[in-house]
Design a protein around this ligand. Structure first.
Ligand SMILES: [Zn+2]
Length: 676
């Protein structure tokens, strides 16, 4: 068994506080009493747990270091009692009560999860105490949501099992209870499958570690032991992870992303590819080929044999239907089954897979894109889109959901000014934004459908364990607190002060959290609305915005709001390499300045325009150019926001802005047009 990283280290902590209100997540109720329980020598742990259901918590206690607990009958030891409560007193399966008195601590719960969480709270109180002096108190606690998850993408970059054990130590101490492993994707297949050893021998290693360099070089895999970058989990590794997680009351949910995001599968099993003209460039398996279904069932059989979890995540996101549309086998299937369009092929596939998974007594989870009228009602939707209409659809169909909202819980986004941060994906999600998430919004009272919340770490840009930890902590603390303690009466400043304290502790424990005390903060000006001649005026689009980045749609460029550091949210509107828009001031006006800004984030494929032109007109048909610029000075920059504009003296009713990038494949990101 692996050593306990967290608990061993916690003994070394220097005391900083004694208040039980300092822990994360905040307990539901704390009544502080008089005096202290002194835990400065090994505590004797006694219990009345006769029930076999409690075996794993006893096993967990035996993992704690000898300097902390003892099972011998020595005299004058601090005493910790683990007690089985009456089931009726603990309706919530994870609830616990913690009675801290001068002579002993009693932890009472109706389940081993409850006892485990009581122990975690006690350990943190000791960790932040002065010399083991823990203030007497009665704590009664239980979570608001039963699902509190963390997803790690181990395909784009591989993280070994020791890293996962280390995260389980910390995540379970903040009462996160699900580890979702995104095991397979375009970056490599990361789990041993006995029936198809070629999946790992052929795709778990690749030519380059760096995501962009690897893609630029052609995205090729190479065999093991030939100096490539990568790795995978053997089935024994997975059993170790499941066992370790289970001792920490965490469930491990595997994700096998089907039928898209599968280019690594197609690299070693090319016969699962469609036969049409676009199939070379897409990463979807052929849905008209019966071998695809046999392959998926074989994989899922081994996965379901290995993982005891009730849920099996089958992905289902971001399928490109163009290969199916041009494939003879897919077209044949559509004809035979009366499937109207390639878009509906995925539903056919999902239904077949779901039926099989259900026949083995398991339930599927899938991303929003899996949603379909014919899906079994118990299928769980993992909702990442921040689209109220999409959430309405989930509610109407009555599916349970796990909210992993992109703008709040995607940990691959920047958490501070991108210039001072390691390269990340293009969003901006500071701790404050994660903490401000309201799980009750857009639900029309259907909170019962929400099983819980989850943070996701996608790892295209995350190459090292240290970078991964920087992205996870402290933002996951906010998710942990909202999902355990609830969203009522949130006070960010108070939370941030606890996070700062906690961050110091994490550093001493050997983690690498982002330090919020040195935070640069939001983009200056993005918090205050601007007002100008163009504010609220109509904008016409000669070329529509990209559906990937609609921002606030037709009002976006004149809504009076500057964008923040990232592409997420309603501010930055994206265009496929050409922006051509005209603002109508409603009447001819004197103008002295036209200003706008563009954002470059090269990792995400967003670049500044290389041609920029401003034209004006009185009648909307005869335009004259007042400003023109050719610009490519920032091509090699990872990130920047640049102002583009004109100042002078003129008059007009219509202002046309044309911005282009010659590559034709990148996004141009613009936030606001300000005319004065
Ligand atoms: Zn096909």
């Amino acid at each position: 068994m692996v050593k306990k990283y967290l608990i061993l280290s916690i003994l070394l902590l220097v005391a900083s506080s004694t208040s039980s209100g300092q822990i994360i997540p905040n307990p539901q109720s704390i009544e502080e009493g008089e005096g202290y329980f002194v835990w400065n020598s090994p505590a004797r742990v006694i219990n009345n747990l006769k029930d076999k259901r409690f075996d794993s918590v006893i096993e967990y206690v035996h993992l704690l270091p000898d300097s902390l607990v003892t099972f011998s009958k020595r005299h004058n030891c601090p005493i910790i009692k683990l007690a089985q409560g009456k089931p009726n007193d603990f309706v919530n399966g994870e609830a616990y009560e913690l009675y801290i008195k001068p002579d002993a601590v009693e932890i009472k719960a109706g389940s081993q999860a409850g006892l485990f969480y009581g122990i975690q709270t006690l350990l943190w109180l000791r960790g932040i105490s002065h010399g083991g002096m823990i203030r007497c108190a009665t704590i009664k606690d239980s979570p608001v949501f039963g699902y509190r998850g963390f997803m790690l993408d181990v395909s784009r970059h591989f993280f070994n099992k020791e890293f996962i054990f280390k995260q389980i130590d910390l995540l379970s101490s903040i009462k996160v209870n699900v580890l979702h492993l995104h095991l397979v994707d375009t970056g490599g297949w990361r789990i041993e499958i006995k029936k198809y050893p070629q999946l790992t021998s052929g795709t778990a290693w690749r030519t380059h570690k760096d995501w962009r360099e690897w893609n630029r070089a052609g995205g090729n895999f190479i065999p093991e032991n030939e100096g490539g970058y990568g790795g995978f989990y053997t089935q024994d590794d997975i059993r170790d992870i499941i066992k370790y997680a289970s001792l920490h009351q965490m469930e491990v949910i595997p994700e096998i992303d089907l039928p898209g995001h599968s280019s690594e599968v197609l690299a070693v099993m090319p016969f699962l590819r469609c036969d049409g003209p676009t199939s070379k460039w897409t990463s979807e398996m052929c849905l008209g080929n019966e071998r695809t279904y046999r392959f998926c069932v074989d994989i899922l059989n081994e996965i379901m044999d290995l993982f005891p979890s009730k849920y099996i995540h089958i992905g289902g996101d971001e399928c490109n239907t163009s290969a199916w549309a041009g494939c003879s086998l897919c077209k044949e299937l559509m004809k035979r089954e009366g499937i109207k369009s390639p878009n509906h092929l995925q539903s056919y596939f999902t239904k077949r897979i779901e039926k099989y998974v259900s026949s083995r007594g398991k339930t599927i989870i899938g991303w929003d894109e899996m949603l379909d009228d014919c899906l079994a009602p118990n299928a769980v939707i993992m909702s990442w889109h921040e689209d109220p209409d999409g959430r309405d659809k989930i509610i109407k169909q009555g599916h349970p959901m796990i909210i992993s909202s992109e703008g709040h819980f995607y940990l691959d986004y920047y958490q501070d000014y991108p210039i001072v941060e390691p390269i990340c994906f293009g969003g901006y999600t500071p701790l404050r934004k994660t903490y401000q998430f309201d799980p009750y919004e857009d639900l029309s009272g259907n909170i019962d459908l929400v099983k819980g919340l989850q943070c996701n770490l996608w790892t295209e840009a995350v190459q090292t364990p240290e970078h991964a930890e920087r992205m996870i902590y402290p933002r996951i603390l906010a998710m942990a607190e909202i999902s355990w303690s609830g969203a009522k009466q949130k006070d960010y400043d108070e939370f941030a002060s606890r996070v700062k304290e906690y961050g110091n502790i994490l550093v001493r424990l050997g983690y690498h959290p982002f330090d919020i005390s040195g935070e640069f903060g939001p983009r200056p000006g993005s918090n205050i609305p601007v007002s100008s001649l163009s504010t609220g005026k109509d904008v016409s689009y000669l070329k529509p915005w990209s559906e990937n980045f609609p921002a606030a749609r037709e009002s976006s460029l004149t809504d009076g709001f500057l964008g923040d550091w990232g592409m997420n949210g309603m501010r930055w509107q994206g265009f496929d390499a050409v922006m051509d828009v005209t603002v109508d001031l409603k009447e001819v006006r004197d103008i002295h300045s036209v200003q706008t800004s563009f954002m470059q984030n090269s990792f995400t494929g967003m670049f500044l325009p290389e041609q920029f032109e401003i034209q004006i007109s009185d009648n909307g048909s005869d335009f004259k150019t007042i400003y023109s610029l050719s610009f490519n000075a920032r091509q090699n920059m990872e990130y920047c926001i640049e102002d583009f504009g004109w100042s002078g003296s003129n008059s007009c009713r219509f202002i046309r802005i044309i911005a282009t990038h010659p590559s034709g494949w990148c996004w141009l990101m613009c936030d606001e047009i300000i005319v004065s």
